[in-house]
Design a protein around this ligand. Sequence first.
Ligand SMILES: NC(=O)c1ccc[n+]([C@@H]2O[C@H](COP(=O)([O-])OP(=O)(O)OC[C@H]3O[C@@H](n4cnc5c(N)ncnc54)[C@H](OP(=O)(O)O)[C@@H]3O)[C@@H](O)[C@H]2O)c1
Length: 267
Amino acid sequence: MKAPQRILVTGCSSGLGLALCRELLQRGCLVAGLARRTELCAELSTQFPQQFSSYAVDVADGAALRAAMTAAVQHIGGLDAVVANAGMGIPSTADSMRMEDVRRVLAVNVEAAIHTLLLALPHVRRSPAPLLAAVTSLAGWRAGPGAAPYCASKAALAAFLDSLRAELAHEGIAVLDIAPGFVRSAMTDRNAFKMPFLMETDAAARVMANAVIARRSHVAFPRPVAALVWIVRRLPDCVFDFCARRIAQKLRRNGTLGVSKAASTRQ
Ligand SMILES: NC(=O)c1ccc[n+]([C@@H]2O[C@H](COP(=O)([O-])OP(=O)(O)OC[C@H]3O[C@@H](n4cnc5c(N)ncnc54)[C@H](OP(=O)(O)O)[C@@H]3O)[C@@H](O)[C@H]2O)c1
């Protein structure tokens, strides 16, 4: 089976995206990275000048995304795989939630991710190892309290991928759903609560790269959390609601429900 060689990754400037780019470059792939702060990729550009190129773009700006994708694909001579990884989260509760934040989360995590996949489709169609991939989250399998827009955005993206996978299978185009639990990154550094089985970024990037290279359809990690959430997903609603209510109560008591670390230190 052929493996993708020319790969575009959004959200390449930090966390999982940056580590994934490095991992793919070490495996000899040609990688184009998209993010707003591409200056944070300077080390990759120096280390892999022939293999890595980056494009400064806000993925929520449709015209800019299209232009960056065109330039990137031209530069690396086609496209085998895309990884729609760029994403964001704004912790909030029903009371603290602002519609402008909800819209921004959905614009980046759902609309821009879908746009990335759709813009990549005609290019990967011409590849001998075509793959469309996106980073969802275990938080999309069963939503917990304190991040409703984020959980909803990831569940929406996962559903989109399922539908696309069924449609494109007959063309041999693989559609991969990458569902991480807690992985160390700028995003999780802001969490004020204790994160079970927090995974190191490089370890997560290795798992992601393996799934991309093998053109799998699903990958979820770390394994213990994925297994637990898999079971939780199958609990009767009344049991799940009872447990989720208890978690919300506990977070409310210790003041971390829908609160980021910066905000909790300010209080
Ligand atoms: N870390 C975890 O535990 C975890 C768990 C489940 C899912 N995820 C998902 O994994 C993905 C990566 O997150 P991370 O943890 O690595 O967080 P991170 O370190 O904050 O990285 C987020 C990346 O997305 C990019 N990005 C965000 N908004 C963008 C925009 N409008 N345009 C272009 N790029 C944008 C950022 O680049 P710029 O700011 O430079 O634009 C950055 O490179 C996200 O989709 C996240 O939801 C993470």
